[in-house]
Design a protein around this ligand. Structure first.
Ligand SMILES: Nc1ncnc2c1ncn2[C@@H]1O[C@H](COP(=O)(O)OP(=O)(O)OP(=O)(O)O)[C@@H](O)[C@H]1O
Ligand SMILES: [Mg+2]
Length: 275
């Protein structure tokens, strides 16, 4: 495989697949994910919506392999390869990317340095035929409205909430993962920024066949991302999936009906009615 192919997610035409089946996982003795099934392929955009505390970020962390979470059942594979025994950096090298809900500060590690190491770790020359990493960083920064003077800062250190979201999107664009998990990329970012980062993600789908799992509370992000599928995650599992109209329905009706049905199922009283 050439460096350019590796950087572009193994080249156009190759279909990647993140497959999650029956995933059950917890943290601090609490079972948060109670059986998640979802498959995301190259070029597909999946949205995940759900009430606060339903397990969306837990799903993102477990897929990326954040320490401290216990997987108690199910499987997670990327292109057929079992991800669960792998460290986060190994999952990243295989083509998975996570933009966390609350990106952490990494003092002492610059963005340029982090991207250089990440690309070298993939066997890719950071300065490739499309330009130096610096030149590409500047170009990508402009696309997401990230001030270029911030490129020299340590990762996320002293960045505003919206600047972090722009920085995460810029990192995604430089790394060109095959599948990106975006946990509330729209939180804390201003209206122009939201449009810019969402467009960058959408362009990634067209440019290199990026597959997306986008966690969000709001339709505004989805109006740019145009998801193929919208999933509703309640009480640690996907209880409904549909087209973009499902997001509109949620905006009108909220999650109450989904939560009630899921609670009744968990309590073994699916047939019961309120008295
Ligand atoms: N480290 C932890 N220790 C204890 N409980 C945790 C921990 N991490 C998550 N939880 C709990 O797990 C549940 C799911 O949290 P999670 O962050 O996945 O929710 P979410 O769906 O992302 O919510 P939000 O929409 O508010 O971001 C919550 O009840 C949360 O308090
Ligand atoms: Mg969350």
């Amino acid at each position: 495989m050439s460096a350019a192919q590796a950087r572009s997610g193994n080249g156009p035409g190759r279909v990647h697949e993140l497959a999650v089946a029956g995933l059950r996982a917890g943290v601090a003795g609490l079972e948060v994910l109670t059986g998640v099934d979802v498959v995301v392929r190259s070029g597909e955009v999946h949205a995940v919506m759900g009430p606060n505390g339903s397990g969306k970020s837990t799903l993102a962390h477990v897929l990326m392999g954040k320490p401290g979470y216990q997987v108690v059942g199910g499987t997670v594979t990327l292109d057929g390869r079992d991800l669960l025994p792998l460290a986060p950096f190994e999952r990243s090298r295989l083509g998975l990317f996570l933009a966390p809900q609350d990106p952490i500060e990494v003092p002492g590690v610059g963005l340029h340095q982090a991207m250089t190491e990440a690309l070298v770790g993939r066997g890719v020359n950071p300065d490739d035929t499309t330009g130096s990493l610096t030149a590409r960083s500047v170009a990508e920064a402009r696309r997401v409205g990230f001030e270029t003077r911030l490129l020299d800062r340590p990762l996320n250190v002293d960045l505003s909430g919206g600047e972090r979201k722009r920085s995460e999107t810029l990192q995604m664009a430089l790394l060109r993962p095959s599948i990106a998990i975006l946990d509330e990329l729209d939180s804390g970012i201003d209206i122009d920024g939201l449009r810019d980062v969402a467009r960058r993600v959408r362009d990634g789908v067209a440019e290199w066949g990026l597959g997306v799992l986008a966690i969000t509370h709001y339709r505004r992000l989805l109006s740019v991302l145009h998801p193929d599928v919208v999933h509703v995650l309640v009480r640690g599992r996907i209880v409904a999936s549909g087209g973009p109209e499902l997001a509109e329905e949620l905006e009108r009706s909220g999650y109450a009906a989904f939560e009630k049905a899921a609670r009744e199922r968990d309590e073994g009283g699916a047939g019961k009615t309120d008295s």
